[in-house]
Design a protein around this ligand. Structure first.
Ligand SMILES: NC(=O)C1=CN([C@@H]2O[C@H](COP(=O)(O)OP(=O)(O)OC[C@H]3O[C@@H](n4cnc5c(N)ncnc54)[C@H](O)[C@@H]3O)[C@@H](O)[C@H]2O)[C@@H](O)CC1
Ligand SMILES: [K+]
Length: 514
């Protein structure tokens, strides 16, 4: 299900973007009008971001991205800037809207070989955008190398040339931009690394393409923003009871490895689960008891004890992995939880324990997903980083293609929601939907933050949020908590920031952004 507001968070592949353009043009807006608006957006970004840049070079490629550059050059010249165009092909070789824009520019275009960035205050990159179809070589690659080695700031039109809009990968040489101006909607390549870093901040400009063109496109890829999932969250109600908000369980590791489970448990409680219990081996009970207050504690040494606990239907969402230890016990516990129809977040050691033989658990996840529980559909959510992903899906990890495609292939195979972590975390569902994380800070790369994320996913699952939306919301809350804390963050700081994050979500839920 795609919520109405979620269309604003859609990411369009270059093919889908071309379809959106085509439909807009077919509905009566000429392509040259869209190109003029695109150029106006680029010029506006230059005026606000680089008001002092007097002498501006524009690199123009053979397609409509080059056309945007010619149109922007004309507008900037009209605004009093000194502009020079460096064309990959002579203007006479341009076609369609790009040819119209070049004619309207009227000035000369220098061959791209003569481009020397040293002379310019600013360079605008209009070599290639959505139409990039193969690796950049030759004269364009040489111009990009010169540009990347020069100090002049770079504004990229649509995408930094050489970045694939579909995958974020570098195709040959790629421009490293300081600012990117794209149109209508972002593309996956704006959020997936290395494209994301090569873009710099990205402005999304409205060029008059109506959102209704998206009605004809089956939207599957989204930026992970609250509009995507806020309608699916179960917020606590005034008349509610703690038992309405689910009971999350985190499995503790052995006596010297209990901290990770408590971090996950604290996140689950602050995340909004009504109750949280740590299931601990007897040997670690005292270590856990010494550190827990609002979080409850139960002894759970083996499958028999787990089976006994599972007769209490209120335990509905489990976290297995943080500090747990790798081996058969993890595999058996995971299978038991899923067989009992409960939701399971498998992280860290839980994932590593499945390496080499995950199929039985994946089959169990599919079976569990078909049942219904009072708190929503039980589900399996996997939260690997790249190394854990490779252990579980070695063939998919070695495949060519983007992080987005890897996560989607894994989700389909596992019948699970896969959260493939990193700065550009991808959340993928078995039905093909995927979201790419758009927030966070480098300070999140620190010990224990993964445990917090696992606990947050469990908090949402415990409350009955469907698994894809649960994982997306958890990833966003995690990133937002880190942003709000700022530099110096360690994982223990994240749960304490969650009340502010909840407040922001409550404000958004009662007053959606236009
Ligand atoms: N009407 C529209 O469709 C609009 C398009 N816009 C602009 O148009 C761009 C897309 O235009 P195009 O589809 O013409 O695509 P591009 O301008 O990105 O590039 C396509 C051209 O580059 C060539 N090419 C691709 N890869 C190459 C490589 N590695 N080496 C050498 N040549 C290569 C192709 O053969 C084709 O001639 C967008 O990125 C955007 O900037 C905007 O003007 C808004 C409206
Ligand atoms: K470009």
């Amino acid at each position: 299900m795609v919520f109405q507001d979620a269309r604003g968070t859609a990411l369009l592949t270059p093919d889908e973007m071309a379809e959106a353009d085509r439909r807009t043009i077919a509905a009566g807006t000429p392509g040259i009008v869209l190109m003029e608006r695109a150029a106006e957006a680029v010029a506006a970004a230059v005026h606000s971001g680089y008001p002092q840049a007097e002498w501006i070079a524009l690199l123009a490629g053979p397609g409509n991205n080059g056309g945007d550059a010619y149109a922007a050059a004309r507008l900037l010249r009209e605004a009093g800037r000194r502009v020079e165009i460096f064309g990959l092909v002579p203007p006479t070789k341009l076609r369609g809207d790009a040819a119209i824009a070049a004619t309207a520019f009227g000035g000369t275009a220098h061959p791209v070989d003569s481009f020397d960035p040293a002379a310019f205050d600013l360079v605008i990159d209009g070599l290639f955008g959505a139409g990039l179809s193969r690796a950049i070589e030759g004269a364009a690659a040489e111009a990009i190398r010169k540009l990347n080695a020069a100090p002049a700031p770079v504004v990229a039109i649509d995408l930094p040339s050489g970045v694939s809009g579909a995958t974020g990968e570098r195709l040959g040489e790629a421009v490293s931009a300081d600012l990117t101006v794209t149109f209508f909607r972002r593309k996956p390549g704006h959020l997936l690394e290395p494209g994301r870093s090569l873009c710099g901040p990205t402005i999304v400009a409205d060029i008059g393409i109506p959102a209704t063109v998206l009605d004809a496109i089956a939207l599957m890829i989204f930026a992970n923003e609250p509009e995507l999932w806020i309608g699916a969250l179960k917020r606590p109600s005034d008349a509610g009871h703690k038992y309405d908000r689910g009971h999350a369980v985190v499995f503790s590791g052995s006596a010297t490895r209990t901290g990770a489970a408590r971090l996950a448990a604290a996140a689950a409680l602050r995340g909004g689960a009504g109750l949280v219990t740590v299931f601990s081996p007897g040997s670690a009970l005292m270590a856990n008891a010494a550190h827990l207050t609002a979080i409850m504690l139960k002894r759970c040494d083996d499958e028999a004890a787990l089976g006994e606990h599972l007769t209490d239907a209120r335990f509905n969402a489990f976290v297995l992995g943080p500090g747990f230890g790798v081996g058969e016990r993890a595999r058996n516990f995971a299978a038991t939880v899923l067989a009992a129809g409960r939701s399971l977040v498998l992280d860290a050691d839980g994932i590593t324990s499945l390496a080499g033989a995950p199929d039985a658990l994946f089959a169990a996840a599919r079976g569990a997903g078909k049942g219904a529980s009072p708190h929503g559909k039980p589900a399996l959510v996997l939260t690997p980083h790249d190394g854990e992903f490779k252990r579980l899906f070695p063939d998919i990890a070695d495949r060519q293609g983007s992080k987005l495609e890897r996560a989607r292939a894994a989700a389909e195979r596992a019948g699970a929601v896969v959260v493939l972590k990193g700065r550009d975390t991808v959340i993928a569902a078995p039905d093909g939907r995927a979201a790419i994380n758009a927030i966070g800070t480098p300070w999140l790369a620190t010990a224990g933050t993964g445990d917090v994320l696992a606990g947050l996913v469990a908090a949402e699952l415990a409350q009955g949020t469907p698994s894809f939306e649960a994982a997306c919301a958890a990833v966003w809350m995690h990133g937002r908590a880190a942003e709000l804390f700022g530099p110096g963050l360690i994982s223990e700081d994240l749960p304490a920031m969650l009340p502010k994050v909840h407040r922001e979500l409550d404000a958004l839920a009662s007053n959606p952004r236009a």
